[in-house]
Design a protein. Structure first.
Length: 73
């Protein structure tokens, strides 16, 4: 299986690239139509949640900068 890449976009969505599966809380799988790249909403404004529809533009500010989490307890 190829590596899946997750990118947090500044002022935008979470992009998932590669081989992946997205499920809801009941374990039902979203049909992503064979896509190898999708964007997930993180602003809460999309009318197509959990997927991004671009509604964040001009309405969501978050500078995405990577950092290290503290060790797991």
């Amino acid at each position: 299986m190829s590596k899946t890449k997750v990118t947090i976009v500044s002022n935008g969505p979470i992009r998932i690239e590669g081989e992946f599966e997205i499920s809801d809380m009941q374990g039902n799988t979203y049909n992503v139509g064979g896509r190898e790249l999708v964007s997930l909403c993180r602003c809460g404004l999309s009318k197509n949640k959990p997927f991004c529809d671009g509604a964040h533009k001009g309405n969501f500010v978050h500078e995405a900068k990577a950092f290290d989490l503290s060790p797991k307890k």
